[in-house]
Design a protein around this ligand. Structure first.
Ligand code: PMP
Length: 282
Protein backbone atom coordinates (compact mmCIF):
# COMPACT_ATOMS: atom_id res chain seq x y z
CA UNK A 1 0.00 0.00 0.00
CA UNK A 2 1.31 3.49 -0.86
CA UNK A 3 1.89 5.74 2.07
CA UNK A 4 0.91 9.36 1.85
CA UNK A 5 2.41 12.47 3.31
CA UNK A 6 0.84 15.89 3.57
CA UNK A 7 3.05 18.69 2.18
CA UNK A 8 1.87 22.29 1.92
CA UNK A 9 -1.72 21.65 0.97
CA UNK A 10 -1.39 18.36 -0.93
CA UNK A 11 -1.49 14.67 -0.06
CA UNK A 12 1.40 13.15 -1.99
CA UNK A 13 2.99 9.73 -2.16
CA UNK A 14 5.52 9.44 0.65
CA UNK A 15 8.25 8.49 -1.85
CA UNK A 16 7.60 11.67 -3.86
CA UNK A 17 7.18 14.07 -0.93
CA UNK A 18 9.72 16.89 -0.80
CA UNK A 19 10.39 20.44 0.37
CA UNK A 20 12.52 23.10 -1.28
CA UNK A 21 16.32 23.10 -0.83
CA UNK A 22 16.10 26.67 0.49
CA UNK A 23 13.66 25.65 3.20
CA UNK A 24 14.87 27.11 6.50
CA UNK A 25 14.05 23.85 8.22
CA UNK A 26 16.72 22.20 6.06
CA UNK A 27 19.13 25.17 6.07
CA UNK A 28 18.96 26.17 9.74
CA UNK A 29 16.70 23.78 11.63
CA UNK A 30 14.38 26.79 11.78
CA UNK A 31 11.38 24.59 12.48
CA UNK A 32 9.39 22.82 15.14
CA UNK A 33 7.64 19.48 15.26
CA UNK A 34 5.21 17.39 17.23
CA UNK A 35 4.57 13.68 17.45
CA UNK A 36 1.09 12.51 18.39
CA UNK A 37 0.29 8.92 19.29
CA UNK A 38 -2.69 7.35 17.55
CA UNK A 39 -4.00 4.48 19.65
CA UNK A 40 -6.69 2.23 18.15
CA UNK A 41 -7.93 5.10 15.99
CA UNK A 42 -7.82 7.69 18.78
CA UNK A 43 -5.37 10.62 18.81
CA UNK A 44 -3.92 10.77 22.31
CA UNK A 45 -3.61 14.21 23.90
CA UNK A 46 -3.86 15.95 20.50
CA UNK A 47 -4.81 19.28 22.08
CA UNK A 48 -1.86 19.46 24.52
CA UNK A 49 0.47 18.52 21.63
CA UNK A 50 -0.93 21.35 19.51
CA UNK A 51 -0.71 23.69 22.52
CA UNK A 52 2.96 22.81 22.82
CA UNK A 53 3.46 23.29 19.08
CA UNK A 54 1.91 26.74 19.31
CA UNK A 55 4.21 27.56 22.24
CA UNK A 56 7.30 26.26 20.39
CA UNK A 57 6.38 28.32 17.32
CA UNK A 58 5.72 31.38 19.45
CA UNK A 59 9.18 31.05 21.07
CA UNK A 60 10.61 31.18 17.52
CA UNK A 61 8.36 34.12 16.59
CA UNK A 62 6.18 32.07 14.30
CA UNK A 63 2.42 31.58 14.20
CA UNK A 64 0.51 28.35 13.78
CA UNK A 65 0.34 27.79 10.00
CA UNK A 66 -3.43 27.23 10.12
CA UNK A 67 -6.30 26.85 12.55
CA UNK A 68 -6.43 23.94 15.01
CA UNK A 69 -9.54 22.75 13.25
CA UNK A 70 -7.81 22.62 9.85
CA UNK A 71 -4.80 20.85 11.36
CA UNK A 72 -7.08 18.31 13.00
CA UNK A 73 -8.85 17.64 9.69
CA UNK A 74 -5.53 17.07 7.89
CA UNK A 75 -4.39 14.66 10.61
CA UNK A 76 -7.62 12.69 10.30
CA UNK A 77 -7.47 12.64 6.49
CA UNK A 78 -3.85 11.44 6.47
CA UNK A 79 -4.64 8.73 9.02
CA UNK A 80 -7.53 7.63 6.81
CA UNK A 81 -5.48 7.64 3.61
CA UNK A 82 -2.71 5.65 5.31
CA UNK A 83 -5.24 3.29 6.92
CA UNK A 84 -3.52 3.81 10.22
CA UNK A 85 -5.07 2.37 13.38
CA UNK A 86 -2.17 2.65 15.80
CA UNK A 87 1.00 4.63 15.22
CA UNK A 88 2.47 8.09 15.19
CA UNK A 89 1.52 11.30 13.42
CA UNK A 90 4.48 13.64 12.81
CA UNK A 91 3.81 17.33 12.19
CA UNK A 92 6.64 19.62 11.11
CA UNK A 93 6.35 23.35 10.58
CA UNK A 94 9.21 25.45 9.23
CA UNK A 95 9.52 29.20 8.72
CA UNK A 96 9.44 28.49 4.97
CA UNK A 97 11.77 28.89 1.99
CA UNK A 98 13.85 31.99 1.34
CA UNK A 99 17.31 32.88 0.02
CA UNK A 100 19.80 31.63 2.56
CA UNK A 101 20.41 34.31 5.16
CA UNK A 102 20.26 34.27 8.95
CA UNK A 103 17.69 37.05 9.53
CA UNK A 104 14.07 36.00 9.30
CA UNK A 105 12.69 36.70 5.80
CA UNK A 106 10.11 39.48 5.79
CA UNK A 107 7.55 37.40 3.95
CA UNK A 108 7.54 33.72 3.21
CA UNK A 109 4.95 30.97 3.51
CA UNK A 110 5.53 28.45 6.25
CA UNK A 111 6.12 24.85 5.23
CA UNK A 112 3.94 22.23 6.87
CA UNK A 113 4.58 18.52 6.55
CA UNK A 114 2.67 15.65 8.11
CA UNK A 115 3.62 12.01 7.97
CA UNK A 116 2.50 8.88 9.80
CA UNK A 117 4.22 5.75 11.00
CA UNK A 118 2.68 2.43 11.99
CA UNK A 119 3.41 1.08 15.47
CA UNK A 120 2.17 -1.75 17.65
CA UNK A 121 -0.36 -0.73 20.31
CA UNK A 122 1.13 -0.11 23.75
CA UNK A 123 0.48 -3.17 25.86
CA UNK A 124 2.11 -3.39 29.31
CA UNK A 125 1.97 -7.20 29.07
CA UNK A 126 4.15 -7.16 25.97
CA UNK A 127 5.75 -3.74 25.58
CA UNK A 128 7.73 -3.45 28.78
CA UNK A 129 11.03 -4.42 27.25
CA UNK A 130 13.66 -3.03 29.63
CA UNK A 131 16.19 -0.53 28.37
CA UNK A 132 19.88 -0.19 29.17
CA UNK A 133 20.94 3.44 29.13
CA UNK A 134 24.32 5.11 29.03
CA UNK A 135 24.96 8.44 30.72
CA UNK A 136 26.44 11.10 28.46
CA UNK A 137 27.06 14.83 28.87
CA UNK A 138 24.10 16.89 27.70
CA UNK A 139 25.60 18.80 24.76
CA UNK A 140 22.30 20.29 23.51
CA UNK A 141 21.46 24.00 23.42
CA UNK A 142 19.93 25.92 26.32
CA UNK A 143 16.31 25.94 25.03
CA UNK A 144 15.42 22.27 25.09
CA UNK A 145 11.86 23.26 26.07
CA UNK A 146 11.27 24.26 22.43
CA UNK A 147 10.56 21.22 20.30
CA UNK A 148 12.72 22.17 17.34
CA UNK A 149 13.88 19.80 14.61
CA UNK A 150 17.50 20.55 15.57
CA UNK A 151 18.06 17.03 16.88
CA UNK A 152 21.71 16.49 16.02
CA UNK A 153 22.98 16.39 19.62
CA UNK A 154 20.25 13.89 20.48
CA UNK A 155 21.04 11.78 17.39
CA UNK A 156 24.79 11.78 18.17
CA UNK A 157 24.13 10.80 21.78
CA UNK A 158 21.76 8.02 20.80
CA UNK A 159 24.26 6.70 18.26
CA UNK A 160 27.06 6.71 20.86
CA UNK A 161 24.82 4.78 23.25
CA UNK A 162 23.93 2.22 20.55
CA UNK A 163 27.56 1.86 19.44
CA UNK A 164 28.47 1.10 23.05
CA UNK A 165 25.81 -1.62 23.33
CA UNK A 166 23.08 0.42 25.07
CA UNK A 167 19.53 1.24 23.98
CA UNK A 168 19.55 4.96 24.71
CA UNK A 169 21.42 7.72 26.53
CA UNK A 170 20.49 9.64 29.66
CA UNK A 171 21.86 13.15 29.31
CA UNK A 172 23.57 14.70 32.31
CA UNK A 173 24.05 18.44 32.91
CA UNK A 174 27.27 20.07 34.11
CA UNK A 175 26.20 19.84 37.75
CA UNK A 176 25.73 16.05 37.47
CA UNK A 177 21.91 16.05 37.25
CA UNK A 178 20.08 13.95 34.67
CA UNK A 179 18.16 16.15 32.25
CA UNK A 180 16.29 13.58 30.13
CA UNK A 181 16.70 10.82 27.54
CA UNK A 182 17.52 11.58 23.91
CA UNK A 183 13.81 11.51 23.01
CA UNK A 184 12.01 10.90 26.29
CA UNK A 185 11.66 12.12 29.85
CA UNK A 186 13.60 10.34 32.60
CA UNK A 187 12.03 9.11 35.85
CA UNK A 188 13.21 7.27 38.93
CA UNK A 189 11.42 5.61 41.82
CA UNK A 190 13.08 6.60 45.07
CA UNK A 191 13.86 4.19 47.92
CA UNK A 192 10.64 5.31 49.66
CA UNK A 193 8.50 4.60 46.56
CA UNK A 194 8.02 8.14 45.26
CA UNK A 195 8.28 9.07 41.60
CA UNK A 196 10.86 11.67 40.74
CA UNK A 197 11.21 13.50 37.42
CA UNK A 198 12.86 16.79 36.60
CA UNK A 199 10.58 19.81 36.72
CA UNK A 200 9.92 21.69 33.46
CA UNK A 201 12.53 24.31 32.61
CA UNK A 202 14.56 25.37 29.59
CA UNK A 203 16.72 22.24 30.13
CA UNK A 204 14.07 19.66 29.18
CA UNK A 205 11.13 19.13 26.89
CA UNK A 206 8.02 19.09 29.04
CA UNK A 207 6.67 15.79 27.71
CA UNK A 208 2.95 15.48 27.14
CA UNK A 209 3.16 11.85 28.29
CA UNK A 210 5.07 13.05 31.36
CA UNK A 211 2.28 15.53 32.15
CA UNK A 212 -0.46 12.93 31.65
CA UNK A 213 1.34 10.45 33.89
CA UNK A 214 1.78 13.08 36.60
CA UNK A 215 -1.99 13.72 36.55
CA UNK A 216 -2.96 10.03 36.38
CA UNK A 217 -0.51 8.88 39.07
CA UNK A 218 -1.45 11.74 41.40
CA UNK A 219 -5.12 10.74 41.05
CA UNK A 220 -4.12 7.25 42.21
CA UNK A 221 -2.42 8.70 45.28
CA UNK A 222 1.14 8.11 44.05
CA UNK A 223 3.43 10.88 45.23
CA UNK A 224 5.42 12.71 42.55
CA UNK A 225 8.39 14.92 43.18
CA UNK A 226 9.21 17.25 40.29
CA UNK A 227 12.87 17.72 41.06
CA UNK A 228 16.15 17.08 39.32
CA UNK A 229 18.04 13.94 40.39
CA UNK A 230 21.72 13.24 40.04
CA UNK A 231 23.18 10.36 38.10
CA UNK A 232 24.33 8.86 41.43
CA UNK A 233 20.77 9.03 42.75
CA UNK A 234 19.54 7.27 39.61
CA UNK A 235 22.10 4.49 40.03
CA UNK A 236 20.82 3.93 43.59
CA UNK A 237 17.12 4.18 42.63
CA UNK A 238 14.66 1.37 43.20
CA UNK A 239 13.36 1.67 39.64
CA UNK A 240 13.76 3.88 36.60
CA UNK A 241 11.81 4.43 33.40
CA UNK A 242 11.30 6.78 30.46
CA UNK A 243 8.14 8.23 28.93
CA UNK A 244 7.25 9.66 25.53
CA UNK A 245 4.39 9.66 23.05
CA UNK A 246 6.15 7.03 20.93
CA UNK A 247 7.36 4.73 23.73
CA UNK A 248 4.57 5.48 26.25
CA UNK A 249 6.55 3.96 29.16
CA UNK A 250 9.72 1.88 29.00
CA UNK A 251 11.48 0.60 32.11
CA UNK A 252 15.18 1.23 32.54
CA UNK A 253 16.92 -1.64 34.31
CA UNK A 254 20.52 -0.69 33.67
CA UNK A 255 22.40 2.62 33.71
CA UNK A 256 26.00 2.31 32.57
CA UNK A 257 27.29 -0.88 34.21
CA UNK A 258 24.90 -0.58 37.19
CA UNK A 259 21.79 -2.70 37.52
CA UNK A 260 18.78 -0.73 38.75
CA UNK A 261 16.88 -2.37 41.60
CA UNK A 262 16.96 -6.13 41.13
CA UNK A 263 17.32 -5.81 37.36
CA UNK A 264 13.70 -6.68 36.64
CA UNK A 265 10.86 -4.41 35.59
CA UNK A 266 9.82 -2.67 38.82
CA UNK A 267 6.40 -2.92 40.44
CA UNK A 268 5.76 0.82 40.32
CA UNK A 269 6.92 1.15 36.69
CA UNK A 270 4.50 -1.62 35.80
CA UNK A 271 1.72 -0.02 37.79
CA UNK A 272 2.23 3.31 36.02
CA UNK A 273 2.34 1.52 32.64
CA UNK A 274 -1.01 -0.11 33.42
CA UNK A 275 -2.52 3.17 34.56
CA UNK A 276 -1.34 4.78 31.32
CA UNK A 277 -2.60 1.86 29.20
CA UNK A 278 -6.05 2.23 30.82
CA UNK A 279 -5.96 5.94 30.01
CA UNK A 280 -5.15 5.10 26.36
CA UNK A 281 -8.06 2.68 26.25
CA UNK A 282 -10.24 5.53 27.55
N1 PMP B 1 12.17 14.82 25.78
C1 PMP B 1 12.63 14.84 24.52
C2 PMP B 1 13.98 15.41 24.26
C3 PMP B 1 11.85 14.33 23.47
O1 PMP B 1 12.31 14.36 22.21
C4 PMP B 1 10.58 13.78 23.76
C5 PMP B 1 9.74 13.17 22.67
N2 PMP B 1 9.41 14.05 21.69
C6 PMP B 1 10.14 13.78 25.10
C7 PMP B 1 10.96 14.31 26.07
C8 PMP B 1 8.80 13.22 25.47
O2 PMP B 1 7.77 14.08 25.07
P1 PMP B 1 6.33 13.54 24.73
O3 PMP B 1 5.86 12.76 25.94
O4 PMP B 1 5.51 14.74 24.50
O5 PMP B 1 6.45 12.65 23.54
Amino acid sequence: MSRFAYVNGAYVRHSDASVHIEDRGFQFGDSVYEVVYLYQGKLIDAEPHLDRMERSLDELQMDMPMSRKAMGLIMKELIKRNRLKTGLVYIQVTRGSATRDFPFPSACDQTMVMTTRRMPAFDPDKALKPLKVKSLPDIRWSRCDIKTTQLLAAALSKQTALDDGYDDAWLVDEAGFVTEGTSNNAWIVTKDGKLKTRKPSHEILNGITRQSIITLATEKGIEIIEEAFTLEEALEAKEAFVTSASACLKPVTQINEHTIGNGNVGIISEQIARIYANFLKG
